[in-house]
Design a binder for this molecule. Structure first.
Ligand SMILES: [Zn+2]
Length: 455
């Protein structure tokens, strides 16, 4: 089944049109925004840059005039304008959002606003006021990203999510299955995909990876559907490989934050393009902007949210902006080496600091070895600087008969090597085989410290 052989069904088109119409009635005219984004996507990079410069100048002017917080403290001397003016603005931290929520609100507040709240899973929650339009711009960016692949608004899909929304699901032709680890979830998903052949499977990379492993155990050897749309977590190579071999032909990656909505979306070349129609994205090294191509903190400026304009807001993830344009021709900048949750640092045996994702990216090599076939998921747990425990979620005996016990030493060796290579040869690594590694809202953490608070 090639990407282009499954034509969009007319029911999907109609569903999309109805949904777009109903959302416009609710004050979220994202259909119009999608058309604007698609039209601008055809500009060359110079023309696109000029447009960003204008939008930025408008937003900074608005923020300076309407937001009391930007008249105070380190923001007193900031100036409105385009990129050159933006250079006078300090970085806004999550702490500011918590402490100065009221003065960060535009005064007077525009009509039709809502409050977005981050989940507590990444520290104490943060609230952001957002206009319906800003919210709809975020959706429009996502749908415009999907349209690069020919995926329409009403595309039928299977969602692996704990976020149940029956009305929207039935309007959009989506089936929602909570991302549990049960046999029932796996069978239900397999049955749905076989019978309905939706265009999309959606979910977090860890949940889709788990599903792909379980499908493999059941003998599935090729993808069912054209696309898997993933988001909510950092994507690793071994996850992409597993998903593309047992679930979907193409993985479509996306990156978003609660505070701003869509931040980047993949193209057919597999690059993550910044959603530059509603957010201006910069990379910072501490308090100063990084060089082009340099790795650092992701800092965003909303170009649409007039309820609470966040200017140079440190999101808490890291990455770098490519100095080159993408061969696909889309003018928006490309975000590379995205690393979620910059605070996830662990000490090595020598006292150096390394990011947890350095362990996980080495699972590409680990999972390429057939000896690891029975391994469904793993989790690295640091007890202290030299002691680690690795939880290995392993298929029960009948499913691993072919491999039986002889593969266990290979699995243990592979994981021990990964820990020692990253955190020091003197690390002691204990491997623990378990039936299930606990998930939080369907998401698996591949690494964690000893304390519960980092969950
Ligand atoms: Zn591209």
């Amino acid at each position: 089944m090639g990407n282009d052989t499954r034509n969009v069904r007319s029911s999907e088109t109609l569903r999309g049109q109805l949904y777009t119409f109903l959302q416009a009635l609710r004050g979220r005219p994202f259909g119009r925004f999608i058309r604007e984004i698609r039209a601008r996507e055809r500009l060359d990079s110079k023309a696109y840059d000029r447009w960003v410069e204008q939008q930025l100048a408008w937003m900074l002017g608005y923020a300076k005039e309407r937001v009391p917080f930007y008249q105070t403290g380190a923001w007193r001397d900031t100036t409105p304008g385009g990129r050159a003016a933006l250079a006078t603005w300090p970085v806004l931290e999550k702490g500011h959002l918590r402490a100065d929520f009221d003065t960060l609100l535009a005064d007077p507040q525009p009509r039709n606003t809502l409050i977005q709240k981050t989940s507590g899973s990444t520290g104490s929650p943060v609230r952001v006021a957002m206009t319906y339009h800003a919210d709809a711009w975020g959706w429009a960016e996502k749908y415009a990203g999907r349209l690069r692949f020919g995926i329409p608004v009403g595309a039928s899909s299977l969602r692996l999510s704990h976020d149940s929304r029956p009305l929207r699901d039935s309007l959009l032709g989506q089936k929602c299955i909570p991302a549990f680890t049960s046999e029932q979830m796996v069978d239900e998903a397999l049955d749905y995909l076989r019978r309905h052949r939706p265009m999309l499977v959606e979910g977090s990379p860890s949940a889709l990876f788990y599903l792909a492993r379980r499908f493999r155990e059941k003998g599935v050897r090729r993808p069912f559907v054209p696309f898997a749309r993933i988001g909510g977590e950092q994507l690793y190579g071994f996850q992409r490989t597993a998903i593309e071999s047992c679930i979907a032909e193409t993985v479509v990656n996306s990156y978003a934050s609660t505070e701003t909505g869509a931040l980047a979306y993949s193209c057919r070349e597999g690059s993550l393009h910044v959603c530059a129609d509603h957010v201006h994205l910069e990379i910072f090294n501490g308090d100063t902007p990084a060089e082009i191509g340099e790795f650092g903190d992701i800092v965003t400026t909303s170009l649409r949210n007039t309820a609470m304009p966040l200017v140079r807001y440190r999101v808490g993830d890291r990455g770098r902006l490519s100095p080159q344009n993408c061969p696909c021709g889309v003018p928006q900048a490309v975000l590379l080496d995205l690393q979620a949750r910059s605070e996830d640092q662990f000490q090595t045996a020598d006292g150096d600091v390394r990011h947890g994702s350095e362990l996980v990216s080495q699972l590409d090599e680990f999972y390429a070895d057939p000896a690891t076939d029975p391994v469904r998921q793993v989790q690295f747990v640091q007890k202290n600087r030299v002691e680690w425990e690795v939880l290995v979620e392993i298929a029960p005996a009948p499913a691993v008969d072919n491999h039986a016990l002889p593969t266990l030493p290979a699995i243990a060796d592979g994981l021990t090597i990964i820990v020692r290579r990253t955190f020091g040869q003197e690390c002691r690594v204990e491997i623990r085989y378990v039936e299930e590694i606990p998930r939080v809202s369907g998401k698996l953490r591949y690494y964690r410290g000893p304390a519960a608070s980092d969950g």
